[in-house]
Design a protein around this ligand. Structure first.
Ligand code: DHK
Length: 150
């Protein structure tokens, strides 16, 4: 088991997944997604620190904290499309980070097509539902492995 966990941070309204617009976000609850993430990370030798907040400032603070993590998986929810503060926090982060969205933000309203997160993470995954979180964990694990291999 790797000593430092992968942070998996969720922003606004993601506490409501499972009941909120299942056509976009699926029917898994955030607790279900956390379980799937834990199992996938465990299989790769990582622990996880899985959190959700509706507060932009709290999310910024957690991204700062992720400097002590193995890496970061981030679904910032609607802050993806609005938050320069989250963009700047990610720009300062030196750990590998991957953006994830349950829904395909490019197949939805035009205001969801722009991400302040995308330019300051290593990669983005969207439209694959909860599976996207597992794929993001795999990506972070691979980036950490590559880092270790030098
Ligand atoms: C979640 C949200 O809450 C939206 O504001 C984003 C994202 C999309 C998701 O698909 O996980 O636009």
């Amino acid at each position: 088991m790797v000593d430092r966990p992968i942070f998996i941070l969720n922003g606004a309204n993601l506490d409501l997944v499972g009941t909120r617009e299942p056509g976009h976000y699926g029917d898994m609850t955030l607790a279900d997604i956390e379980r799937a993430c834990r199992a996938r990370a465990d299989g790769l030798g990582f622990g996880i620190d899985f959190r959700q907040t509706n507060s932009e400032g709290e999310l910024v603070g957690w991204i700062h904290e992720a400097e002590g993590a193995a890496g970061l998986v981030l679904n910032a929810g609607a802050y993806t499309h609005t938050s320069i503060a989250i963009h700047d926090a990610l720009r300062a982060l030196t750990r590998p980070s991957v953006e994830v969205h349950l829904s395909n933000i490019f197949a939805r309203e035009p205001f969801r097509h722009h991400s302040y997160v995308a330019p300051v993470v290593r990669g983005s995954i969207c439209g694959l539902g909860a599976k996207g979180y597992e794929l993001a964990i795999e990506a972070v694990a691979a980036l950490v492995g590559a880092e270790r291999a030098g």
